[in-house]
Design a protein around this ligand. Structure first.
Ligand code: SF4
Length: 210
């Protein structure tokens, strides 16, 4: 199949348990919880998105004809030495498109493959790192993985139920909106009250990284 890509770039992972790690970011176009158009935001399941995932007009964006072509471009962005090569597949919702043939093609190029998903679509086999970030009001079917990253505060999030899901790491991350410091404090308070969870910060924003 072909793949609709918003953008790709080399950077450092900014958040979660892999923070600080060199990574190619592959942002797929499209999401199943919001159209990405402001006029639809009030009706969307996901209300707080700050990512432009519409279209294919970003750096190295476009429609890639097959898995091999997309994996080859990812490899070119990383460079020749594939030691510790790492790709973060994100979006939009990457699991609308990321499939086993693409995971296999990325593995062939020497990459460890991570995904950041809203969890409403079951993950395909073969992924090396699964990060699920649940959105209040959605049905999360992917209840296992490596890290659960809850953006906070999110009224309606059943975090007690999430604590019974099968994840190695539970992260609480302040929502990045106009409430700023109040959200940071709310996330700190959450981590102080529930020691299963660790505070995750969006270091890439503080550092001016993409
Ligand atoms: S699920 Fe993720 S990509 Fe989709 S609208 Fe919400 S924050 Fe944005």
């Amino acid at each position: 199949m072909s793949y609709a890509v918003k953008e790709m770039f080399l950077t450092l992972q900014g958040e979660g348990r892999q923070a600080g790690r060199r990574a190619v970011f592959l942002r797929f176009a499209g999401c199943n919880l919001w159209t990405g158009r402001e006029q639809d935001r009030a009706e969307a399941v996901c209300q707080f998105c700050d990512t432009d995932f519409v279209g294919m007009d970003g750096s190295d964006g476009g429609r890639y004809r097959d898995a091999a072509a997309l994996a080859a471009r990812v490899a070119a962005l990383w460079g020749e030495d594939r030691a510790h090569a790492f790709i973060v597949c994100t979006g939009g919702e990457p699991l609308l498109q990321l499939d086993e043939p693409l995971i296999a093609a990325l593995h062939e190029q020497g990459f460890e493959v991570a995904v950041e998903t809203n969890g409403t679509i079951a993950a395909p086999a073969g992924l090396d790192w699964i990060c699920v970030s649940p959105k209040a009001g959605s049905i999360v079917v992917q209840q296992s993985g490596d890290e659960l990253k809850l953006v906070w505060p999110q009224p309606g999030s059943d975090y007690e139920a999430m604590e019974r899901w099968d994840f190695a790491h539970f992260l609480i991350q302040p929502m990045d909106d106009a409430r700023g410091a109040a959200n940071v404090q709310a996330a700190i308070d959450f981590a102080l009250a529930r020691p299963l969870w660790r505070l995750s910060l969006q270091t890439h924003k503080a550092l001016g990284l993409r």
